[in-house]
Design a binder for this molecule. Structure first.
Ligand code: UT7
Length: 339
């Protein structure tokens, strides 16, 4: 049997997944409530996206949710300390400073390295790559990686093109130093961007180009849904193939595909392009919607809780998002009890 000691990876110090947790705010926003607010229907949202309900953070912030998810992941790992915290988010509590130090402080981890990574829906995969690099380079022995977003703060609540899709939440994992052949060792990564596609999915105001919105609408997310849809299908399939190639895995050896949860039709299309059976797709989008940087860890968590992801499974993780950005990695699923 092949291990993850694929060419170029044998002998290195690997980052091994050893903890997993998540947090979802308590308020449920279902399709019926949305249908009363805008010209849409439960039937349209379910069939076009696979989403039945999503969670809304209300007065909780991104940091608040990240703290809860981070605490759960640390419990799961049985650790009360890590060397670093990387937070993937594009909805930080403040434009300046980053949110990660606040998360670290709230978790009693003041003093550790803590910073944000912003690659929007691909943020968690980028943060994993960053953290894995820190471990492989010997900079850190253990890293808490959190993905958290409060997109309800940037989505126009009356826009039927975006409001039905996005939800709030946070997910987290703990990585520790280990050996490449261990279950849980993150495999090679494949990461990309294409800034030419910025205007396919962006929030016009709030940054330094347009600090304060000239038009109220500029405060809200703009999305060219169909174009993003097509790119997401093509890029996640392409990147998954690239990372499988680098890992030396055949598609036939893959047990589970954990993709960014943006639309069930995207996940199904990517699986089809890769030649994976529908059962390989891990999907929790129905109950959480698109939780942006929290999407991948929340899908992993749901997969474990539902018994869909079990130790030894060969897993491909892939994400695509605004930027445009996309990326993938692989791992053999480890023995881990969610915190
Ligand atoms: O997180 C990473 C980035 N995000 C994504 O990956 C999202 C990618 N995009 C999508 O998931 C899909 O494009 C959407 C779910 C956003 C939209 O689905 P679609 O199948 O691409 O719909 P569409 O925009 O082509 O619209 C089809 C029809 C239109 O009506 P007409 O022109 O055919 O009469 C829309 O006006 O559906 C209409 N429509 C709706 N109808 C009811 C659009 N949104 C809604 C809605 N309810 N919420």
């Amino acid at each position: 049997m092949r291990t993850q000691d694929a060419p170029g990876f044998a002998g290195r110090r690997a980052a091994v997944l050893c903890g997993l947790g998540g947090y979802l705010p308590s308020r449920v926003l279902d399709n019926a409530e949305l249908s009363g607010r805008m010209d849409t229907s439960d039937e349209w949202i379910r069939t076009r996206t696979g989403i039945a309900e999503r969670r809304i953070a209300d007065d909780m912030s991104t940091v608040d949710m990240a703290v809860e998810a981070g605490r759960a992941a640390l419990n799961s790992a049985g650790l009360d300390r890590v060397d670093a915290l990387v937070l993937a988010t594009s909805t930080p509590d403040y434009v300046c400073p980053a949110s990660a130090p606040q998360v670290a402080a709230a978790l009693g981890l003041s003093g550790i390295a803590a910073f944000d990574v912003n690659a929007v829906c691909s943020g968690f995969v980028y943060a994993l790559a960053t953290a894995a690099g820190m471990i492989s380079a010997g900079i850190s022995g253990s890293v808490l990686v959190v993905g958290a977003d409060k997109f309800s703060a940037v989505v126009d609540p009356g826009d039927r093109g975006t409001a039905p899709i996005f939800g709030d939440g946070a997910g987290a994992i703990v990585l520790r130093a280990g050996a490449p052949a261990e279950d849980g060792a993150l495999g090679p990564f494949d990461l990309h961007s294409e800034g030419e596609g910025t205007d396919l999915l962006y929030v016009p105001a709030g940054g330094v180009r347009q600090r304060f919105a000239a038009e109220e609408q500029d405060n809200f997310l703009v999305m060219q849904g169909q174009k993003v849809f097509r790119q997401a299908c093509a890029r996640m399939a392409e990147s998954s193939r690239a990372v499988l190639d680098r890992a030396g895995w055949d598609v036939a050896e893959v047990d589970r595909f954990v993709g960014h949860q943006a639309n069930i039709r995207i996940l199904d299309a990517v699986a089809k392009k890769l030649g994976l059976p529908a059962e390989a797709v891990v999907a929790n989008i129905g109950t959480v919607g698109n939780t942006v940087a929290a999407s991948v860890p929340l899908a992993l968590l749901d997969g474990v809780k539902e018994g869909h992801l079990v130790p030894g499974h060969r897993v491909v993780v892939s994400a695509f998002g605004a930027g445009l950005t996309w990326g993938s990695t692989v791992l053999r699923w480890p023995e881990v009890t969610p915190g």
